[in-house]
Design a protein around this ligand. Structure first.
Ligand code: FE2
Length: 174
């Protein structure tokens, strides 16, 4: 069984504050995509779902005059770096396994190339699928960050995801 459940991560005030900032609905669907992709890429499904859910936890609010300032965002954003650190701290605080916390933090750091120097990188399978899962959920004009669902539905989706993870882990161990 996973050491920390997604519902524990979801319920934590740090997640509520920072994941909501970049979109709870987006985080949940990236977690679903990541879990789905994990199967085909031989990746730990629990790590994939958690990294998917937490991948955008590092976002800062780039507002000027009440509007999101994309110019500033493009120039100064470091959300993969901030997110990797924030997610790692949260996971450790919740009692996550240290290896899992490290792999998840790395997947968040590499989910977009905005934090990387130019060049070709060979990403580990977990890092690759978080990038792919994020791409799958992207909508024109960044609408994926603004999509909303009600909180009861969010909770139900997270609980279903926990159940799915447990089922996949159980199948794998048998
Ligand atoms: Fe994203």
């Amino acid at each position: 069984m996973a050491k920390v459940k997604l519902i524990d991560i979801y319920n934590h005030p740090i997640s509520q504050k920072y994941i909501r900032r970049s979109g709870m609905a987006h985080a949940i669907s990236v977690a679903y995509y990541a879990l789905h992709l994990a199967k085909g890429h031989n990746v730990n499904p629990d790590w994939a779902a958690k990294a998917g859910f937490l991948h955008d936890i590092g976002h800062y609010e780039w507002y000027s005059d009440g509007q999101w300032d994309y110019q500033q965002y493009r120039e100064y954003d470091i959300h993969p770096i901030k997110g990797a650190e924030r997610a790692h701290k949260l996971l450790i605080r919740l009692g996550e396994d240290k290896q899992a916390a490290k792999e998840i933090a790395h997947a968040i750091l590499f989910h977009t190339d905005s934090a990387l120097p130019k060049g070709k990188y060979e990403l580990a399978p977990l890092q690759k699928i978080i990038h792919l899962a994020d791409e799958k959920d992207k909508q024109p004009e960044n609408l994926h960050h603004y999509r909303k669902i009600d909180r009861l539905k969010e909770k139900a989706l997270i609980q279903r995801l926990d159940q799915k993870i447990e089922n996949v882990m159980f199948e794998k161990s048998n």
